[in-house]
Design a protein around this ligand. Structure first.
Ligand code: ADP
Length: 554
């Protein structure tokens, strides 16, 4: 066409016409692609011609256009004859720009060899392989390339289907990372497990050693030994227990040991045992256990709890020590004291009588110095008599024969009398009377006086540096408390726990004074038989308050 022959308007018209033809052509191509038409009339040099599209192809064209994979058709030179929209999108190009390009445009250097091989094969037989595609920005996309030949009217073409493997690769990568993490976690778990196994092995070994250690110890001490659970069931006895009782484990395990306890001691033993289980306080009781030959022997039982970090009791460890021989010795001693004090009493009484006779002898004037001797002898005899009486009381208590009549006692009157007596015996001391009037109780005045005199004697004995002694009564809930307070050496808690025991004396050389440790034992027994309570409040160096409590008469 010679453009110069046309005027400007003609050229403009011509241009518009061509523009329209181009748009028409694009629409037609789009219509064919999307399967909207299957025949078209084309105006050619030979006039209008009808082109029909094979109807069967239409379905496939729709499929190909809609599918998720890229689809292209190449000629022998590798030029793209056809591409679906998906492939153009994958390569980030408009569709019309893709058609006519050589496919190798999209093959990066790294995949070049492989691509050539696949294409070469593809012309001969169907084949597949993974390659990388590069878009216009050189971004790489991993793809699965499938080749197959197509027999078209125009000749044979090579059809390529390109599946985007990005997601799959990412998934594979993630899987790989996850697998690696899993493997690392597995290794860590295995390591931990091995360490745990080592620790368990070590602990088991420690436990074994400590158990064997305990058994060895338990089986080689002369005492009977047991362990019991927090609920009371015994779960272990040492060899001595089996040798002593002649019983098998099953016979005395749990609570079976009760059959071995002397019936007379069982109730007291059970009370103490159950109380310790409830409170967690150490268990201590004396009772008789039956030996294999049926003979009962006295034992001192002691058990202490083993606690965990939280203070919960895990189990108790107990021992029973044979005290039969000591008990017999004590009995013999008591018997001896009983006889000796009895034997002493008679000559003492006549000695006292003769002294009184001498004192009242009127025929001749006794020289003053002899009078003095007689007075001193009287004091000594009185002291001796108190001692012998105490000894007699102790043996009576032991024999369960400390008996006395009960009657109405005016406590205020008794206290007044006791204080007067004390002032007479200990003129150096200062006795303060803080008692109230009209306090009547049921009791034995002589025995209560004995208790008060014991308190006073001790208050004087153990407070040489401070001469003040207070006697006081207080009433609460119809109970009267009578107390004797001194400001002397005082007592520690451990000593307080034991001072009411028979013959107990504080072993402190510094403060040792005369005495046999009988006074408080007798006093406690007297108050107990009065159904009262005896006690002491004291701190070392801070003096002591000894008291007893009795119910008031209505
Ligand atoms: P003792 O004849 O030895 O005094 P007790 O039975 O009267 O016997 O007293 C027992 C022990 O209690 C005494 O040896 C003493 O150590 C202690 N004790 C008693 N009273 C007091 C007190 N007021 N202050 C300090 N210690 C005391």
């Amino acid at each position: 066409m010679e453009l110069a022959k046309y005027t400007y308007e003609e050229l403009l018209n011509r241009n518009n016409e061509l523009q329209l033809q181009l748009e028409e052509a694009n629409d037609t191509i789009e219509a064919i692609r999307s399967g909207q038409i299957d025949a078209l009339i084309v105006k050619g040099d030979d006039g209008h011609q009808l082109y029909t599209l094979k109807t069967a192809d239409q379905t496939y064209r729709v499929f190909i256009e809609k599918m998720n994979e890229g689809a292209v058709t190449l000629n022998r030179d590798g030029v793209i004859l056809y591409s679906n929209s998906r492939f153009a999108a994958m390569m980030n190009l408009p569709l019309e720009k893709v058609i006519g390009l050589n496919f190798e445009t999209f093959i990066p250097e790294i995949s070049s060899e492989k691509f050539k091989g696949l294409i070469h094969n593809g012309w001969n037989e169907d084949c597949k392989g993974e390659i990388l595609l590069a878009n216009k920005e050189s971004l790489l996309t991993p793809c699965l390339l499938s080749c197959t030949t197509l027999d078209l009217d125009e000749g044979t073409a090579l059809s390529l289907i390109l599946t985007d493997l990005t997601n799959q690769k990412e998934a594979e990568w993630e899987l790989k990372v996850k697998n690696e993490q899993l493997l690392a976690a597995q290794n860590a778990a295995e390591k931990l497990n091995n360490e745990l196994e080592d620790t368990v092995r070590e602990r088991t070994n420690d436990l074994l050693i400590s158990r064997e250690h305990f058994k060895l110890l338990a089986n080689n001490i002369p005492q009977l030994t047991w362990t019991n659970l927090p609920g009371g069931d015994v779960d272990f006895y040492n060899l001595q227990w089996y040798n002593y009782t002649g019983r098998r484990y099953s016979e005395t395990a749990g609570w079976g040991w009760q059959q071995i306890v002397h019936p007379d001691d069982l109730s007291n033993t059970m009370d103490n045992y159950i109380n310790s289980l409830k409170t967690g306080n150490p268990f201590e009781v004396e009772n008789r256990y039956k030996r294999w030959d049926g003979i009962y022997r006295w034992h001192l039982n002691r058990a202490v709890p083993l606690r965990d970090d939280k203070g919960e009791i895990i189990f108790w460890v107990g021992t029973a020590t044979d005290i039969e021989d000591q008990k017999k010795e004590m009995d013999r001693k008591d018997e001896f004291i009983g006889i000796a004090s009895h034997e002493l009493k008679t000559p003492l009484t006549s000695l006292k009588g003769y002294l009184q006779l001498i004192t009242s002898y009127k025929k001749e004037e006794v020289p003053p110095v002899v009078k003095q001797y007689i007075e001193k002898a009287s004091v000594a005899i009185n002291k001796l008599q108190r001692l012998v009486n105490d000894l007699l009381d102790v043996s009576k208590i032991q024999a369960g024969r400390l008996e006395y009549p009960l009657g109405e006692v005016d406590l205020s009157e008794l206290l007044g009398f006791v204080i007067e007596n004390a002032r007479h015996i200990y003129p150096q001391h200062e006795f303060e009377n803080q008692s109230k009037n009209n306090l009547y109780i049921i009791g034995n005045a002589e025995r209560l006086e004995q208790v008060l005199m014991n308190f006073i004697n001790n208050a004087v004995k153990y407070s040489q540096d401070n001469k003040q002694v207070i006697l006081k009564t207080t009433v609460q809930n119809n109970i009267v408390r009578v107390s004797v307070t001194d400001f002397g050496i005082g007592l520690s808690e451990a000593q307080i726990d034991r001072i009411f025991e028979r013959f107990y004396r504080v072993e402190d050389k510094k403060f040792m004074t005369s005495g046999l440790g009988m006074g408080l034992y007798i006093s406690a027994e007297i108050i107990n038989t009065h159904q009262g309570k005896i006690g002491v409040e004291s701190k070392p160096g801070k003096g002591a308050t000894f008291y007893f409590e009795l119910p008031l008469m209505r």
